[in-house]
Unconditional design. Structure first.
Length: 333
C-alpha cells in the first residue's frame, strides 16, 4: 500500500482485525517519518555520510631533517659492504624494455635481489633522490654503479652505468598516489615539493612515478607510512613534453626558473606535462623550499653528485645553477 497523507480518513474500519492492522501501519509509518526527519540530507548516488577520515600526518610526506644528512650514502639501505660493486656479476631474472629506460631484476652472488635501471636516468635519479631526501622528503635507497656484468644463461655481458635499488626495502607498496588528490594538498611541504621539482627540472610529474609505502617494523623517519616521489630520473636537464634530455647540464643552465609572479602565483619556465599542478604554487611556497635548500652544505652538494658519479667540473656547474635558483626564490616578494 503506498502512503498518502490522508490515508487514515480513507480507511473503512469494519472489524477489530482491521483496527489492529491499521494501528500497526500507522506506527510503522510514523517511525519511518521520524527517522527520515532526523537523517542528514544526502544527494542521490552519494556515499553514506559520516565522520571524515583522519587527516594523515604531514610526517608521512616530509619531516624536518634536523642534522645534515649523509647524501653520499643516502637513505638507510643495505650495509656498505653489501652494496653493488663495480664490475660485479649479476644474474638476470627478468628484463623490461617498454619504458624510457631499460630495467632489470637481478641477483648478486649472495642472492640479494636488485631492481636495476640503465640509460640516461640512472645518474640523475640517484642525485635527485639525494637532494629531495636532504630537505626532509622520504626516499628509498639507490646506488649508482659505473659498470656491471649482466649474466644471462651463464653468459656475461658488461653493461654501462646503472641505478641499483635493493628489492628488500622493508616497505610494503600500496600502489601509486595522486599529485592532485592526496592528504597534503594545500600544505607548505606539498607545494614546496612541487617547487622543488621545478628547481630540479623534474619534467615527468605523473602519478605513476609516485609510490605509497607502509613501513614494515617500527616507524621510520617519523612515520609508519611514506608518500614517495620515487622515479626522479627525468630531471637535471631540459623540461619538455617529448622526451627532453635528462642530465643535460647545458640545458639545465640555460632554461629559466621563475618567469614572473601573477597575483601571488609563481610562473615558471617549466615546459613539461601536467602544467595544472603549478597553478597552486605561490611565492611563500617557493621561499619555503628555498630556505631549506639554503641549509644544504657544500659537502652535501658534492656528496649528492658524487653518489651519481658526476665529475667535479659538472658537479660545480650543477650546484652553481641550483644556488642561482635558490637565490631567485628567496628574493621573491
Amino acid at each position: 500500500m503506498r502512503w498518502r497523507p490522508h490515508l487514515a480518513t480513507e480507511l473503512l474500519i469494519t472489524s477489530p482485525e482491521m483496527l489492529r492492522s491499521t494501528t500497526t501501519i500507522g506506527l510503522l509509518i510514523g517511525a519511518t517519518m521520524i527517522a527520515s526527519a532526523s537523517a542528514p540530507a544526502q544527494r542521490a548516488g552519494s556515499a553514506p555520510t559520516g565522520n571524515p577520515p583522519p587527516r594523515s600526518s604531514i610526517s608521512e610526506l616530509w619531516i624536518e631533517p634536523g642534522a645534515a644528512r649523509n647524501l653520499f650514502d643516502g637513505p638507510a639501505g643495505v650495509a656498505a659492504s653489501a652494496r653493488p660493486k663495480v664490475d660485479g656479476r649479476f644474474e638476470i631474472d627478468s628484463k623490461d624494455t617498454a619504458g624510457f629506460s631499460a630495467t632489470y631484476k637481478v641477483r648478486d652472488a649472495s642472492g640479494r635481489k636488485w631492481n636495476v635501471k640503465i640509460g640516461p636516468e640512472a645518474q640523475t635519479e640517484v642525485v635527485a633522490s639525494r637532494i629531495v631526501w636532504a630537505v626532509g622528503y622520504h626516499q628509498v635507497p639507490s646506488y649508482f654503479v659505473e659498470r656491471w656484468i649482466a649474466v644471462d644463461k651463464a653468459k656475461g655481458q658488461q653493461l654501462g652505468g646503472a641505478r641499483f635499488r635493493p628489492d628488500d626495502l622493508r616497505l610494503k607498496s600500496r600502489g601509486t598516489w595522486s599529485w592532485l588528490k592526496n592528504p597534503f594538498v594545500g600544505t607548505a611541504p606539498y607545494r614546496g615539493l612541487l617547487a622543488l621539482m621545478m628547481i630540479l627540472n623534474s619534467t615527468d610529474l605523473k602519478d605513476d612515478n609516485n609510490t605509497l609505502y607502509d613501513v614494515e617494523g617500527p616507524p621510520r623517519e617519523g612515520a609508519r607510512r611514506h608518500y614517495v616521489v620515487k622515479d626522479l630520473g627525468a630531471s637535471l636537464g631540459e623540461t619538455g613534453k617529448m622526451d627532453p634530455r635528462r642530465g643535460y647540464i647545458d640545458g639545465f643552465e640555460k632554461e629559466p626558473f621563475i618567469t614572473g609572479v601573477d597575483n601571488g602565483r609563481v610562473e615558471f619556465g617549466f615546459r613539461g606535462r601536467h602544467q595544472e599542478l603549478l597553478e597552486q604554487i605561490r611565492v611563500e611556497d617557493v621561499r619555503w623550499i628555498c630556505e631549506r635548500l639554503q641549509k644544504v652544505t657544500d659537502r652535501q652538494w658534492r656528496d649528492a653528485f658524487r653518489a651519481g658519479n658526476y665529475s667535479d667540473e659538472i658537479t660545480a656547474r650543477y650546484v652553481a645553477r641550483i644556488r642561482q635558483k635558490i637565490k631567485e626564490g628567496l628574493e621573491l616578494k
